[in-house]
Design a binder for this molecule. Sequence first.
Ligand SMILES: Nc1ncnc2c1ncn2[C@@H]1O[C@H](COP(=O)(O)OP(=O)(O)O)[C@@H](O)[C@H]1O
Ligand SMILES: [Mg+2]
Length: 256
Amino acid sequence: MTENATLDDIQLSEPDDSALLRLRDISAGYGKITILHGINIDVREGEIVCVIGPNGAGKSTAFKAVYGFVTTSQGKIHFGDSEITNNEPEQVIQHGITFVPQGRSTFPQMTVDENLELGMYLVRDKARIRKAKERIYEMFPRLGERKTQLAGTMSGGEQRMLEIGRALMLQPRMIMLDEPSAGLAPVISKQVFAMVKRMNEDFGITVFMVEQNARQGLEISHRGYVLEAGRNRFEGTGQALMNSQAVQRLYLGAGH
Ligand SMILES: Nc1ncnc2c1ncn2[C@@H]1O[C@H](COP(=O)(O)OP(=O)(O)O)[C@@H](O)[C@H]1O
Ligand SMILES: [Mg+2]
């Protein structure tokens, strides 16, 4: 797809069986209520893939389906060589996927260092924990300067950085971020997106994220998916989606 692609060029693409994460024809919901109606998403190794769409479209539910927080009633999810459909969250972590949920999740009364350690709470090997923390401090020097600071006293952007750092402690093959910019002032969310881009480019981390802030999310993404009412609506490169008149009108206009 060219840089100048427009909506007319955007079609739902063929599934890529070589992708790292593959959601195929996934239906899922809560109890008897079906929210996702057969969605398809691929995330290739090394990509940033962003899911956008209106409130209630099922973006977080798609994430929960991958992570085993909701039951998939139809379709299959594969990660690398493994099928992970309806795996327990603990198994999903073992496969190399970690998750930063929507909303705040740092422990405010604990230090930055302790918050990071919680990302490895199942690991007993102290040397391994120390090494993992050093890697995070290299990735996010701002956190390194604040090792002993209580998380609750840090700014919103720094706390988001800490949440992401904690999710990277286990050195996942892919990190999932549900609305990393939510609740942050525009200038801070810009910094968070820059940080996500940097950890992808400089540290090779595959990123699967959901964003309400469609424009900024797509700007740093290799590819994007638009979900609407639990179905795939559009997909394409981040650039093509941003250039698409329909996507602009529906999702990138004033107020988005
Ligand atoms: N725990 C839940 N129980 C029942 N319905 C839910 C639950 N969580 C979300 N929903 C419903 O599922 C739909 C999709 O929600 P969600 O996936 O959170 O949307 P999005 O992340 O795109 O805003 C919404 O109609 C929402 O009300
Ligand atoms: Mg959501």
